[in-house]
Structure formats: structure tokens, C-alpha cells
Design a protein around this ligand. Structure first.
Ligand SMILES: [Zn+2]
Length: 349
């Protein structure tokens, strides 16, 4: 009996200290970038991933430095050291330090190191755990790739895309790997296309290959399959059981992964992004920009938002859509209301 009470007491004390530890940690926690709250991230079909926390968005354009857009819509370089040139690995605003991403609540970054071999520059890619600086992956050229492709390949990393909490994709020039949560290779493919978009659906990872075909690789068996669509796929996007793609005539199609059927839902769409059932599209001779639902019905024409550009590179954070343009950041609510521009006045950081 005494033993049991003792046990209960130990558990109460243990649970109590875990709880208070958590509260304490939350209250005092300063994240990797000096902001507040947990760092989260949004990935784009094109362009660099964007990180954010409770109060700030960490974003770059012109690839010059990592900027911080705070809750008052003020834009500053994410570095507190006045004399810093933001070009060292230690600087939290350095862009050449690589691109960050979050995988299973942990912050990682990938980067490429250059070296000279036989008078040409070679880039080697790495993924680092930001907490302990361990290199967790070095993107080797796949042994099973045929020799012709191998010669043209490298270990350089172009994109990392977090698929879900179990898998991520690492993409380079010629090959792409699907990795598990321990950064072990699950499968690879070597017909990498122009854009890094892809989506996992029932063990099959779908992407657009170098021949503009919609294909999938089964991550359990490694087998590939081409989806017969009768048109070339240019850019892709996914929402629920659907894949959306624009073709060479700027027609926008919706392909059902369940029924294996496609239907054309819109025209004059060259570039687009899909977030939460909203399609942001632009195309046609006048580069008309509009928001549509997943059936292609018009919700809003936003052509007048001059600097809301490159709809394939939109960023969705909470209920806002952001994009970077020549001189700053443009933003609107997901339904196209509340348009704003934040000009980056300091320029040339
Ligand atoms: Zn700096």
C-alpha cells in the first residue's frame, strides 16, 4: 500500500514537472530565428520555401537576404547585427546558407557547396539538422541510374518537398528520391521534369516528368506508370482526390484520381496554384488573373492587382495569399479581398 502511494506520488510529481516544464518552455521559447512560437513552413511549387511563426513571416526575393515581415507589416532583414553582410552560415538572414524546411516539427536546411574539379564547378548538396548541425542526407547519384544520365547528374539539391510526416522528396538535376522520416531512400526516379510539384495518393507519388507526362511511382514497389491523358502536362497541382494540370494550349484540366477521368474546367491558364479549394490562375494574351473554385467557376478577377504575379509561386499562410515581386511583397485574402503591397525600400541588402 505504502509502495503504491509512493508510486502515485512519483507519477504526480513527474507529470507535474513535465507540464510545468512545457509551460515554462513555451513562455520563454525563442525560436531559431529569434521570433515567437513554433516555426512552420509553406512550400511553393516554384521558388523558395517560406517560414513563419506566430508573429513573423521569413521570406526572400531577389535571393539577397532572408527578410522578416512582422505583424505590423514591417519588412526588415532578419539579422540584428548592423555590420553583418549576411553572407556567413551563422547569419540568420543569409540566403546562401540554404533553404529551410520543417519535417516532423524539426527545422532542417539544405544547401549546396561548390568545389572545382577538372576546371568545372561542382555542387554538392547536403541536408542538415539545424538543432545539432548533423548532416542527415548527402543526395548521392543513384547507382541504378543508367550511365548516360549519370554523367549529366550531380549531388546538387534543387528542391526539398515535404510530402507528409512520413515522407519527403529531394530533387536534383536528373534524379529525385523519396525519403522516409529517417532520411533513408525509399525509391527514386530519374525522369525529373521542369517543376518540383508532386503529390502522394494511395502509395503512388504523382509528378510531371521530363516528357510533360503525368506519371506516378509506387513508393512501396518502385514501379512507375504513365497516366494516359492525350495532352502534355505543363504545371500541376492537387486538391483532395484531384490533380489539376495546365497543358500546352493553356487549358486547365481536372483529373480524378478516384475515377481516372479528366475534364477541362477552364481556359487561358498557364500558371496556377491551388490552396484550400481556391485556384489562383493567370494566362491568356492579357495575362488575366483570377480566382476560381475547383469546377472552374469564377470567384474573382484580380487582374488589377498589378503586383500579384506568378500565380504558380503563391504562398498561403493562414488566410492570406502572398507573392513576391520586383520591389516587395504583395498580399490578399484567400478570396481576393484586402489587397496590399509592402515595398522593400532598403533594396540591395
Ligand atoms: Zn546578417
Amino acid at each position: 500500500m505504502t509502495k503504491n502511494i509512493y508510486k502515485v506520488l512519483v507519477i504526480v510529481i513527474a507529470v507535474g514537472s513535465v507540464l510545468s516544464g512545457c509551460v515554462e518552455q513555451k513562455k520563454d521559447s525563442v525560436n531559431y530565428f529569434g521570433g515567437t512560437g513554433d516555426i512552420q513552413y509553406c512550400e511553393r511549387v516554384n521558388g523558395r520555401n517560406v517560414l513563419y511563426d506566430d508573429e513573423n513571416i521569413y521570406i526572400t526575393f531577389k535571393h539577397e537576404a532572408l527578410l522578416r515581415l512582422d505583424k505590423n507589416n514591417e519588412l526588415n532583414v532578419n539579422c540584428m547585427i548592423a555590420t553583418c553582410l549576411h553572407d556567413t552560415q551563422e547569419c540568420k538572414a543569409a540566403v546562401n546558407a540554404g533553404e529551410y524546411f520543417i519535417f516532423n516539427n524539426k527545422l532542417y536546411r539544405f544547401y549546396n557547396e561548390s568545389s572545382i574539379s577538372q576546371s568545372s564547378i561542382i555542387y554538392s548538396g547536403f541536408i542538415k539538422d539545424c538543432q545539432n548541425n548533423d548532416i542527415v542526407f548527402d543526395n548521392p547519384v543513384p547507382e541504378e541510374m543508367d550511365e548516360g544520365k549519370k554523367i549529366d547528374d550531380s549531388t546538387e539539391i534543387y528542391y526539398v518537398r515535404v510530402i507528409n510526416e512520413d515522407y519527403l522528396k529531394v530533387e536534383g538535376h536528373r534524379h529525385a528520391y523519396i525519403l522516409d522520416k529517417n532520411f533513408e531512400v525509399i525509391c527514386m526516379y530519374d525522369d525529373v521534369g521542369k517543376f518540383p510539384w508532386g503529390t502522394l495518393y494511395e502509395d503512388k507519388y504523382y509528378y510531371i516528368n521530363d516528357l510533360y507526362q503525368l506519371v506516378n511511382v509506387n513508393i512501396k514497389t518502385g514501379e512507375s506508370e504513365v497516366i494516359e491523358l492525350e495532352n502534355n502536362c505543363f504545371l500541376g497541382g492537387a486538391y483532395k482526390d484531384y490533380i489539376f494540370y495546365s497543358d500546352e494550349f493553356e487549358d486547365l484540366y481536372r483529373y480524378s484520381l478516384k475515377d481516372k477521368e479528366k475534364c477541362k474546367i477552364s481556359e487561358k491558364v498557364a500558371f496556377f496554384s491551388i490552396y484550400d479549394g481556391y485556384i489562383y490562375a493567370e494566362g491568356g494574351q492579357n495575362k488575366n488573373k483570377r480566382i476560381m473554385d475547383i469546377n472552374g467557376n469564377l470567384i474573382k478577377d484580380y487582374t488589377e492587382y498589378t503586383n500579384m504575379v506568378c500565380s504558380d509561386s503563391f504562398i498561403k499562410i493562414r488566410d492570406m495569399i502572398y507573392c513576391t515581386y520586383e520591389n516587395g511583397i504583395a498580399m490578399m485574402k484567400e478570396d481576393g479581398s484586402d489587397y496590399k503591397e509592402i515595398v522593400w525600400e532598403q533594396g540591395g541588402v
